[in-house]
Design a protein around this ligand. Structure first.
Ligand code: ZN
Ligand code: ZN
Length: 412
């Protein structure tokens, strides 16, 4: 990808999310996509002849946002149907969804089922306009688990890598080991497993636990061997606590966690990625978006508990990451997660979850979620200060003046 060679952002009030303060009158220098200097205006390096200048006077400059739970491939909520689409057609939709995410200020996304190395590569090479994609490939599910998308009467699911399904079915230690290795060999940043039932799956109970202890241990072992980690989809305390005890390092959703869960998160240094907006939207217009009636009936179980879980985790000192998990046309509501979280978290807590903590989870500290020398030049020039009111990020069209990704100004 051809980066603009050099960019200079002047008169910037830089939002330092680690300290929770605004650093006034800064100059940010960008060379070949990376931030090289953040200096007080008077002491910045000399202007280069071909340098592009962006005047941020009166604006707040903050790091680009990270969404820690997306499905770039899920342009429909009918995930079973998606599996039989042409992969090219699915990729075309993914390209549209990713561009929209970038336009909301998300410059990095963590895809936790569906995106493969191809989507990440297409963005990296500039073929698709979108956020950096940190992917895990296909999720691992047991037969009859959250990633088993077959109806009761069907016995076939095509797990071929080229099918745009978001998961594969594997049972037994050898099969899950191979499943994990298959994702890791494609360059996966994490391995996703289904630890409990879910909403969008046709045949499981939300309150079930999935995979045996031995199977979970095998996946954890494979991920650790590759210096990667396992993240697990789970709702109930029973499923979450079991996963954390078996070495799973991150939990997706966690709507129904208890105090014991909070203790385990803290003790093991594990991460929680709540995804609250998706339940609100599934309740309102899930069926219209292809969600089956039986799935729709499961939404209530997780909807109300989610906010309470976030409050409980935050209070207990759990490392919380921002996530959304929207499917189909509901993806347009991605930014509304900020509005929901602001009910129980301070602006700084929300901002950290969508920048520093998310970067830490992905082992990308210093590269994303921060404005510092050596980081990718992923920045938002804000009309409003999210440190005063983080819900301004729920209206990105008005609150974000300019989006910069990899040193390039994004055309909206
Ligand atoms: Zn999930
Ligand atoms: Zn998800």
């Amino acid at each position: 990808m051809s980066h603009h060679n050099s960019l200079r952002i002047i008169n910037a009030s830089v939002l330092d999310i680690a300290q929770g303060i605004i650093l006034a009158e800064r100059t940010i220098l960008v060379r070949d996509g990376l931030i090289t200097e953040v200096a007080e205006s008077s002491s910045a390096a000399e202007l280069l002849p071909d340098e592009e200048i962006l005047d941020a006077k009166g604006k707040i400059v903050m790091p680009g946002l990270i969404d820690g739970h997306v499905h770039t491939l899920a342009s429909t909520a009918d995930l079973g149907g998606l599996a039989s689409w042409s992969p090219n057609y699915a990729a075309a939709h993914a390209s549209r969804l990713m561009k929209d995410m970038l336009h909301r200020g998300f410059t990095t996304v963590r895809d936790v089922a569906g995106a493969d190395y191809g989507l990440a590569q297409a963005v990296e090479e500039g073929l698709f306009i979108g956020p950096r994609v940190v992917f895990g490939g296909k999720a691992l599910s047991q037969t009859g688990g959250h990633g088993d998308l077959r109806a009761r009467g069907s016995s076939f699911q095509d797990d071929h890598q080229c099918c745009p399904s978001i998961s594969i079915i594997c049972d037994g230690v050898d099969a899950v080991r191979k499943g994990a290795r298959d994702q890791l060999r494609t360059g996966a940043n994490h391995v996703k497993i289904m630890l409990s039932g879910g909403v969008a799956s046709p045949t499981d109970r939300v309150d079930s636990t999935q995979f045996s202890d031995e199977e979970i241990r095998a996946v954890v072992e494979e991920a650790h061997a590759a210096n990667r980690y396992v993240t697990g989809h789970a709702y109930t305390a029973r499923a979450v606590n079991r996963g954390l005890r078996l070495g799973v390092r991150c939990i997706e959703h966690g709507n129904n966690i208890d105090d014991e869960s909070v203790g385990l998160f803290v003790e093991t240094g594990s991460y929680l990625v709540p995804t609250l907006i998706t339940y609100e939207r599934l309740k309102i217009d899930g069926v219209k978006n292809g969600l089956s009636e039986s799935s729709h009936e499961k939404v209530d179980f997780v909807l109300n508990a989610g906010l309470e879980a976030l409050a409980r985790a935050t209070k207990g000192g759990v490392k919380v990451v921002f996530g959304t998990d929207l499917l189909g046309d509901m993806q347009q509501y991605q930014s509304e997660e900020f509005r929901i979280r602001a009910q129980v978290q301070t602006p700084l807590e929300v901002l950290r979850s969508a920048t520093l903590t998310a970067a830490e989870l992905m082992s990308m500290e210093g590269q994303v979620g921060v404005i510092a020398p050596g980081a990718f030049a992923d920045l938002l020039v804000m009309n409003e200060n999210p440190l005063d009111d983080v819900t301004v990020l729920s209206a990105p069209d008005t609150s974000i003046a300019v989006i910069v990704k990899g040193g390039v100004v994004v055309q909206r």
